[in-house]
Design a protein around this ligand. Structure first.
Ligand SMILES: [Zn+2]
Length: 147
């Protein structure tokens, strides 16, 4: 499944992950396998619980944030975060998700450079996400955020 995406230079954000095949809405784009539990949060950590941060294997830590993402999060049977397509994704499209789908607060990336027309200007966590966007992301967020 690693052949379905690769790491490339991204226009505004250094590096990013790009689709090397087309994906249909709801299809799993990247499988999330947890590599290790982290002692604390860091810029590439995934939050899986109120105080639990992990590192995923492979290229998942390299996926960029967007305020208009094409992927959301789904917890798989291993407890890892799969990235699932919100809508159809075409070949060479950058894979993105919203950090607010996973992290309650975001401390490491103050200014957003996603360039989307829906950009919030700052990368915020779930805590600061407007109610309207919370509704839009239903079914695509880490479940601990709703507790
Ligand atoms: Zn943005």
């Amino acid at each position: 499944m690693d052949n379905n995406y690769d790491l490339r230079k991204s226009l505004r954000k250094g590096e990013g992950i790009f689709a090397t095949k087309a994906f249909k809405a709801r299809e799993i784009v990247m499988r999330g396998i947890i590599k290790e539990i982290l002692p604390k949060n860091d810029s590439h950590a995934s939050q899986i619980g109120k105080n639990t941060f992990v590192r995923h294997e492979g290229l998942i830590p390299k996926v960029n944030h967007s305020c208009n993402p094409n992927c959301g999060i789904h917890v798989n049977e291993t407890g890892g975060h799969d990235f699932v397509a919100i809508h159809d994704i075409s070949v060479n499209e950058e894979i993105t998700f919203d950090y607010a789908m996973r992290n309650y607060t975001v401390n490491f990336f103050p200014n957003c450079r996603c360039g989307s027309e829906k950009c919030r200007g700052r990368i915020t966590g779930w805590k600061d996400l407007p109610k309207k966007i919370r509704e839009e992301y239903k079914g695509f967020i880490a479940p601990y955020l709703l507790k």
